[in-house]
Design a protein around this ligand. Structure first.
Ligand code: AVJ
Length: 341
């Protein structure tokens, strides 16, 4: 397993992070971890930065545009699966369930579940981007006046701390759509699922995952003709300029996205088109011509592979919902009530 890539930067020992009660709840902490992670990432031989920093307000807006692109099949495919099978999913959740969503996006997907559920009790969207989260939560409250909406500003790649679920009310169901799990390295995905088994004890996880498919389809999805994905990729540099006073010359970094079939993932990079130096908070970093900053991995999955990983993490596979072309899937994973730890 590679450990020099996205998400590795901010944890010396990922297992310790699971135990630590460390949650970013204010902008200052988020700011300093971006600066620290960027400086650490730029000092590596393969320069890298975690894709979680894509999502400031402008990055979130660009991502919402990606989701509407013809080439980007995952969002509409997952929405189609949710539309077709929401009732079935809601039956598995049972009455008075609460939904914990990891990485709340536009909140569009959860509405499909809420509309099908029998008296949903509470909705807890967890996201690192507090401003965006609060705007989205407010609109959801207006649409569902009787729903208890409790946004939780946190970095769920580090640690999830939630109040214990009151017993006998309804199940707690985790919702992790969009194949965001694909941003994790395999070991991190395992630890995340194990954490879900703990936080969701007695409930379940509804997990969306993008499936392995033709490299041409994958390539097009991350190299759209309008260049929105390129803008999204470069926004991480624009954000560093805005927030950290860095001086990245955006036009001197080319968008590069390709499918690495050996490890079943899309890799996104920003490639320096010339030899150049960049300043970040008083430090200079040089890029050779053609050198890249690795910004994202997006792993693709098989249903079998994911279910095996889930079992190892203490979850019990249930139904699988997919589209006719089997491009994307949603997995039901029960979190047994007597999970140790
Ligand atoms: C949000 C991680 C699922 O990997 O497809 C979209 C992010 N990056 N286009 C993905 C993304 C480039 C997306 N995930």
């Amino acid at each position: 397993m590679k450990d020099n890539l996205a998400f590795a930067a901010h944890r010396a020992d990922p297992l310790d992070d699971i135990a630590a009660n460390e949650v970013d709840t204010d902008g200052a902490a988020a700011h300093s971890s971006f600066l620290n992670d960027l400086q650490v990432g730029l000092a590596r031989s393969q320069k890298s930065i975690s894709p979680k920093y894509f999502y400031d307000e402008q990055g979130s807006t660009l991502f919402d545009r990606i989701c509407t692109l013809t080439e980007y099949y995952p969002t509409r495919t997952e929405l189609g699966i949710l539309q077709t099978h929401a009732h079935d999913m809601a039956v598995h959740m049972g009455p008075h369930a609460e939904i914990v969503e990891f990485g709340a996006g536009s909140l569009h997907k959860v509405r499909l579940l809420l509309d099908a559920m029998e008296q949903p009790r509470r909705y807890i969207p967890i996201d690192i981007s507090g401003d965006y989260l609060n705007v989205c939560a407010q609109s959801l409250r207006q649409a569902y006046p009787s729903l208890d909406v409790q946004p939780h500003i946190a970095d769920f790649t580090k640690e999830i701390v939630l109040a214990q679920q009151a017993p006998a009310l309804g199940r707690r169901v985790g919702f992790f759509p969009g194949s965001t799990l694909g941003n994790f390295e395999p070991g991190e995905a395992f630890r995340f699922l194990r954490q879900c088994a703990r936080v969701l004890t007695g409930g379940a996880l509804l997990l969306g995952a993008d499936l392995v498919k033709s490299p041409a389809v994958l390539h097009a999805a991350y190299n759209d003709r309008l260049g929105v994905t390129a803008d999204f990729n470069r926004n991480i540099l624009a954000r560093a300029n805005r927030e950290l006073g860095a001086n990245f010359q955006l036009h001197q970094f080319a968008h590069s996205a390709f499918y690495n079939a050996a490890v079943q993932r899309i890799e996104m990079h920003l490639m320096s088109t010339c030899r150049q130096a960049v300043q970040v908070a008083g430090n200079a970093y040089t890029f050779a011509e053609g050198e890249t900053l690795h910004t994202e991995n997006s792993y693709k999955f098989t249903v079998d592979g994911l279910q095996q990983l889930a079992v190892q993490a203490g979850l019990t596979p249930g139904p699988v919902w997919t589209d006719p072309a089997r491009q994307f899937c949603l997995l039901w994973l029960d979190a047994p009530a007597h999970h140790a730890g």
